[in-house]
Ligand binder design. Structure first.
Ligand SMILES: NC(=O)c1ccc[n+]([C@@H]2O[C@H](COP(=O)([O-])OP(=O)(O)OC[C@H]3O[C@@H](n4cnc5c(N)ncnc54)[C@H](O)[C@@H]3O)[C@@H](O)[C@H]2O)c1
Length: 306
């Protein structure tokens, strides 16, 4: 199958590309390298360095004629979305509409979207949050993702575009940027390897749903053949605290300092974890990599890159 992956030079996108290539598909990556890197690119994938909002995107679709588009390109920094909502919407809303419109103009069969289970539900009334829960995002990034989900449904209704919307939890693993604004596992690993004292907000208590990136890539591969018209949480159904992550890494790295504990920052959700039951029923997917094992793989990668 010919698959165009936007954001394929990024953390999750590059693992999705690897999963597609491993399964014998033909991949073209579209990425402007805003946060992605050439080092992440699978050498068997074609690469076009371009912004998803560009007028030239149509020429890329015309040349490569993808049958499926997996749209992961985004600005992913929640705090930046609050500080610069226009920039966030430019990439995450307008850029996404440009990708969707090109799908219709160039006869793409299916669209797979990287949405968020972490930022779409807000302060969920029940945990783990399921797809039944009405999204009430508490940041611009979450609103933008929800907005695009609605555009996707509209493109499905108006143009018959087949789609699967995947709501990711807190994804972690190799290639996540330890100096980025998102990704507590990579950030803590980076700080601890440099011998610096990490700050744990919410006194390390907030629960999040950590799922290994290889498991998320597998769900994206399964969505090629299943899940049409579905919105699917890719959660583990369980929360782990930031302190759990710190302690896991502390043991793996034999780190000898204690963290600094501070209150939650404004706008941060207390607890968030999401279901994965619907994805299990529809895609036959469940996360497989245990947290401890995934953290060890993350540490090994950050060490290699240091
Ligand atoms: N990391 C998580 O835990 C998580 C959770 C929920 C959803 N997601 C979603 O998964 C997707 C991938 O996130 P990630 O963690 O791999 O982040 P990332 O920053 O590593 O990947 C995003 C990629 O998109 C590219 N990009 C950004 N703006 C672009 C533009 N205007 N044109 C073309 N390319 C552009 C970047 O260069 C990068 O390669 C995003 O859509 C994100 O919202 C991630």
């Amino acid at each position: 199958m010919k698959i165009l992956v936007t954001g394929g030079a990024g953390f999750i996108g590059s693992h999705v590309v690897d999963a597609y290539i491993e399964r014998g598909h033909d991949v073209v990556v579209v990425d402007n390298l805003a946060t992605g890197s050439r080092d992440n690119l699978n050498p068997k994938a074609a690469f076009v360095e371009i912004d998803i909002g560009s007028d030239q995107l149509g020429a890329v679709f015309a040349e490569h004629a993808p049958e499926v588009v997996n749209h992961l390109a985004a600005q992913i920094d929640v705090r930046l979305s609050v500080e610069k909502p226009l920039f966030d919407a430019q990439t995450n809303v307008l850029g996404s509409i440009n990708v969707l419109q090109n799908c219709v103009d160039h006869g793409v069969g299916k669209f797979i979207f990287a949405s968020t289970g972490g930022a779409i539900y807000g302060d969920a009334a029940t945990l783990p949050a399921s797809e039944e829960q009405t999204p009430r995002p508490l940041c611009h990034y979450g609103v933008a993702k929800y907005c695009v989900e609605n555009y996707i449904r509209l493109y499905g209704t108006l143009h018959g575009l087949r789609y699967t919307i995947l709501r990711f939890p807190n994804v972690y693993g190799p290639r996540q940027n330890p100096r980025g604004e998102a990704g507590v596992c990579a950030i803590l690993t980076g700080l601890m390897l440099e011998g610096k004292t990490p700050v744990l907000y919410g006194h390390g208590q907030p629960l999040r749903d950590y799922v290994y990136v290889g498991d998320i890539a597998r769900a994206n591969a399964l969505a090629l053949d299943a899940g049409d018209g579905e919105v699917l949480n890719l959660g583990s159904g369980k929360g782990a605290s930031v302190l759990d992550i710190f302690n896991g890494l502390k043991e793996i790295l034999a780190f000898d300092q204690e963290p600094r504990l501070e209150p939650l920052r404004p706008g941060e959700v207390e607890n968030n974890y999401i279901t994965g039951d619907r994805a299990a029923a529809v895609l036959g997917w469940r996360p497989e990599v245990e947290l401890r094992d995934g953290l060890a793989r993350t540490v090994a990668h950050v060490r290699r890159e240091a």
